[in-house]
Design a protein around this ligand. Structure first.
Ligand code: 3PG
Length: 210
């Protein structure tokens, strides 16, 4: 199950690829830094090919699909071998498909009503996005009272500076973010920098001092 590995690693890098090779290079760089997980987003046309290449060439890593807003993207991601699907919001169609094929789905929700809708769809892990805009760790702490069984993956405005604050909460499964895989690092092929940022993030998540 994808959620078990995500909860162990505690960090889900959100990756935007510009070509199929980016997926493999970025996933290898992240894994070298101790984060063998990537959410490859459907923000570019290269997402599907990048997922397929990363799944084939980086078997040690958990490869998921992100920014999945349509059923067709979820179908494409699963056909390319993605292990989990993330949406910025909640989609009944994507949710039904994920449940049918048995793949882990992380829908986005921030309000109690949205969270209840996602829970009614059979979900227990929710992306809290954009976390910094919707109240950050304070909001997640408050949501823990009415939703004790729900785990969140806060994403959006999370970085090395504040990830420890989120991970300290009992209802946070992992955090997500793009700071260690910024577009410029990928375009300029600065993979060593990605490895360094990933290692720094992993150390913070594990409570080690830098
Ligand atoms: C996402 O879709 O998860 C976000 O774009 C990631 O947010 P960040 O860029 O603020 O880390």
């Amino acid at each position: 199950m994808a959620f078990e590995k995500i909860s162990e690693i505690k960090i889900v890098p959100v990756v935007k690829v510009f070509g199929a090779d980016d997926g493999v290079n970025v996933v290898k760089a992240l894994a070298a830094g101790g984060i063998p997980v990537a959410e490859i987003t459907y923000r570019t046309a290269a997402a599907g090919d990048a997922i397929a290449a990363a799944v084939a060439e980086c078997p040690e890593a958990l490869i998921g699909a992100g920014t999945v807003t349509k059923l067709s993207e979820a179908e494409d991601a699963v056909s390319r071998g993605a292990s989990f699907i993330v949406s910025p919001g909640y989609s009944d169609a994507v949710n039904a498909f994920c449940k049918e094929v048995g793949i882990d789905y992380v829908p986005g929700a921030v309000t109690p009503t949205e969270i209840m809708h996602a829970v009614e769809g059979g979900n227990e892990v929710i992306k809290f996005f954009p976390a910094s805009v919707y109240g950050g760790a304070k909001a997640l702490k408050a949501l823990g009272a009415p939703f004790p069984g729900i785990k969140f993956i806060p994403t959006g405005g999370v970085s090395a500076e504040n990830l420890a604050e989120f991970l300290a909460l009992p209802n946070v499964l992992a955090i997500g973010g793009s700071w260690m895989v910024k577009d410029s690092l990928i375009v300029e092929k600065k993979f060593a920098a990605i490895t360094e940022l990933a290692a720094a993030a992993r150390n913070i998540a594990e409570g080690k001092l830098l």
